[in-house]
Design a protein around this ligand. Structure first.
Ligand SMILES: CC(C)(COP(=O)(O)OP(=O)(O)OC[C@H]1O[C@@H](n2cnc3c(N)ncnc32)[C@H](O)[C@@H]1OP(=O)(O)O)[C@@H](O)C(=O)NCCC(=O)NCCS
Length: 157
């Protein structure tokens, strides 16, 4: 199994337009409308405190992770997705670890995320990486879809 290659998408990236198009396509396919950033993806990405990493196989998008740091105290993972035919090959874990490192170097104290409890693969991944459940937030995504708020505490000594 190949080790996933992780890249950062910046404003200067030559392939930015192509990658954003591919990400938006995947976003539309994988997430219901109320959870999808497809319509506002480029706008989100232009925010100064937002980062995006992606992995690729043979020049094609395999997965992506979006994160943001609203303050120096905490950061959030706002999106994580891997193409169906690229799953269980380590992309999700490698993307998460890369985003965690990006946040760690910003001296952030806590990394947070929200996940629908029925997303068992994502939940298992977050637990594997040390995230703990803070609480269940009812109706977070919609009237009948809840979310666990999870966090990872950094020790910045
Ligand atoms: C969650 C997701 C990103 C995982 O990506 P992936 O590339 O398949 O994950 P990896 O191959 O890196 O697996 C890493 C760990 O995740 C967990 N995991 C991944 N897929 C799993 C599955 N189908 N069932 C249970 N655990 C799973 C395991 O702990 C695994 O570690 P292991 O291989 O030692 O068992 C992917 O399933 C996905 O895109 N799901 C749909 C979108 C989604 O739910 N996003 C999260 C929104 S909060």
């Amino acid at each position: 199994m190949e080790i996933p290659v992780i890249n950062e998408l910046s404003k200067e990236s030559k392939n930015r337009t192509k990658m954003v198009e591919e990400i938006v396509k995947l976003e539309r396919k994988l997430f219901p409308k109320h959870e999808s950033l497809a319509r506002s993806f480029d706008e989100e990405l232009r925010k100064r405190n937002c980062g995006l990493l992606y992995s690729e196989v043979g020049g094609k998008l395999a997965g992506y992770i979006m994160y943001s740091w609203p303050s120096s105290l905490f950061a959030s993972i706002t999106k994580l997705a891997v193409k169906e035919n690229c799953r269980r090959q380590g992309h999700g874990e490698t993307l998460m670890k890369a985003a965690i490192e990006k946040c760690r170097t910003r001296k952030i104290q806590r990394l947070m995320l929200h996940v629908d409890p029925s997303r068992t693969a994502a939940l298992a991944l977050y637990r594997k990486l040390g995230f703990e459940i803070d609480k269940l937030i009812e109706c977070y995504y919609s009237s009948d879809r809840h979310a666990y708020r999870m966090y990872l505490e950094f020790n910045n000594d």
